[in-house]
Design a protein around this ligand. Structure first.
Ligand code: FAD
Ligand code: MLT
Ligand code: ZN
Length: 475
């Protein structure tokens, strides 16, 4: 639990009074929850490693309501924890103490979709998978996809600058998000919800909120550019004899598949064992030390099949790959993606998970997994590596029966120091939240941390938005 593991002191915010509850009830009648049972799911994070003790959950429907709520909280010095789908991996989505939880769950309306430009404007609480379905009906796709799609909100995705499975093709949300509406700590509504591809009218303020994890403002609406739905999608799931072969397969895929390559993911043999054991997903190829999932997306099925066929023939012929299977129909494509997407779920069923999300030079991506496995020995149940290899993003996860300070001491700061020695990043895509705020210094110079704190003070002078998160505790 949060308070047990990390000595953190509650800051001198006010506590919610009967008058506050009455004021909230006036702003959002019938959408103020104080029932402890209902609050339970909102107080605990997805990984079940962080628990807050908020007594109030607010569910506004409009930006105006969010503005009124924040104006009240600002005046009363009440701390607020913005929450989307609560799928975050770094303890940022749940309160540390008794912060008010402001959920975007009822802000789930599409505002507009332009079927010529592909620009979608929607409220922050729309669930990613529902948006995907909505735009797919009009022959477009969302520029991002992730395993948590069924629960995460687009506002949460933007707030964490989520990477995910389509990053290789469509890039970061810093590029695909065209506009945002944000409510600032004092209740001001900042309308930067433009739908323009190009707009150089001074500072691009929306960028500040992408990846700000609820510490600078509450994102209430998003304008995002959706790519056309590819006419032909194929997925190859391949077994590789070693990590050197995985790397060569990656280089070869860029050369031979070129513009149709849309994802390159990898997982090791231990990941496959875990999804088999806990989720009963069968390995579709011969057992191998490594597996890669390669997706192609294009506009001409014949052309893509020819390219992919030549590529797979080359891989098998050269021994880079020992076995493989190809999916062209939706059902099998989904089945192959599940093997990769559901690793997180399988790991959470294996016990206590120590999660690391690192950006590394691709050639060194797996070195840390190998050395840690040898170094930790039986202290760990599993040491696994998987992730977005095409983006240089390793998910290193270690599981154990229970939390242990000695295992933590064997992992940290070693993992972070090693990452910095490779000029990597200690948080590639999950963000900082509560869990990583004191390791930020490994990846950012003091001058950058100071500027971050100054920006926080400028936008949220009382520090009521997601306190104890993202910024270093000793700042
Ligand atoms: P929450 O978890 O509710 O919140 C996350 C953070 O954003 C918190 O700090 C919160 O305060 C803040 N926040 C939420 N909504 C708002 C808002 N409207 N305004 C301001 N701040 C807000 N991440 C990746 O990057 N890539 C992946 O591939 C990936 N896969 C995942 C797979 C699984 C199975 C799971 C469980 C998680 C995965 N994640 C991944 C983690 C990822 O960060 C989240 O899934 C997602 O982006 C968070 O969205 P959410 O709506 O659940 O936000
Ligand atoms: C993933 O890529 O599966 C997610 O980022 C979640 C995780 O790291 O487990
Ligand atoms: Zn990921």
């Amino acid at each position: 639990l949060t308070q047990e593991r990390c000595a953190v002191q509650r800051l001198p915010f006010s506590t919610v009074s009967e008058e506050d509850l009455a004021a909230f009830e006036c702003i959002i009648p019938g959408r103020v929850t104080t029932d402890p049972e209902e609050l339970e799911a909102h107080n605990v994070d997805w990984l079940r490693t962080h628990r807050g003790c908020s007594k109030v959950l607010l569910r506004p429907r409009t930006s105006q309501e969010v503005s009124h709520i924040l104006r009240h909280c600002y005046k009363r010095n009440l701390a607020v924890n913005p929450q989307g789908g609560n799928t975050g991996m770094v303890g940022g989505s749940v309160p540390v103490f008794d912060e008010i939880i402001l959920s975007t769950a009822l802000m789930n309306q599409v505002v507009s979709f332009n079927s010529v430009s592909g620009i979608l404007v929607c409220q922050a609480g729309c669930v990613l998978e529902e948006l995907s379905r909505y735009v797919e009906e009009q022959d477009f796709i969302m520029p991002l996809d992730l395993g948590a799609k069924g629960s995460c909100h687009i506002g949460g995705n933007v707030a964490t600058n989520a990477g995910g499975l389509r990053f290789l093709r469509y890039g970061s949300l810093h590029g695909t998000v065209l506009g945002l509406e944000v409510v600032l700590a004092n209740g001001t509504i900042l309308n930067c919800l433009t739908s323009l591809r190009k707009d150089n009218t001074g500072y691009d303020l929306k960028q500040l909120f992408i990846g700000s994890e609820g510490t600078l403002g509450i994102i209430t609406a998003v304008s995002i550019l959706c790519p056309p739905k590819p006419k032909s999608v194929n997925v190859a799931f391949l077994g590789c004899p070693g990590f050197a072969e995985v790397l060569q397969t990656f280089s070869t895929s860029k050369g031979m598949l070129g513009e149709i390559l849309s994802a390159f993911e990898f997982m090791d043999a231990e990941c496959m064992q875990l999804v088999g054991r806990y989720l009963h997903l069968a390995c579709p190829v011969q057992e191998s030390p490594f597996y890669v999932l390669i997706e192609t997306s294009g506009s001409d099925a014949g052309h893509d099949a020819d390219k992919l066929g030549g590529f797979l023939e080359h891989l098998l012929g050269s021994g880079l790959v020992t076995d493989g299977t190809l999916a062209t129909d939706q059902k099998k494509i989904k089945m192959l993606w599940a093997l990769r997407e559901r690793i997180t779920e399988a790991l959470s069923l294996d016990g206590c998970v120590y999660k690391y999300d690192l950006s590394l030079p691709v050639e060194r991506l797996y070195d840390l997994v190998t050395t840690l496995r040898a170094h930790l020995g039986p202290c760990a149940k599993h040491v696994v590596g998987y992730g977005h290899l095409g983006d240089g993003n390793l998910h290193l996860n270690v599981t154990a029966e229970a939390f242990s300070t000695s295992l933590l001491a064997a992992l940290e700061p070693h993992v972070y120091k090693w990452t910095v020695d490779q000029q990597g990043s200690v948080s590639a895509e999950h963000g900082v939240g509560f869990k990583k705020r004191d390791v930020l210094g490994f990846s950012k110079p003091p001058e950058a941390l100071q500027l971050m704190c100054q920006l926080k003070t400028l936008l949220d002078p009382r520090g009521i938005l997601n306190p104890y998160k993202t910024l270093p505790s000793r700042a």
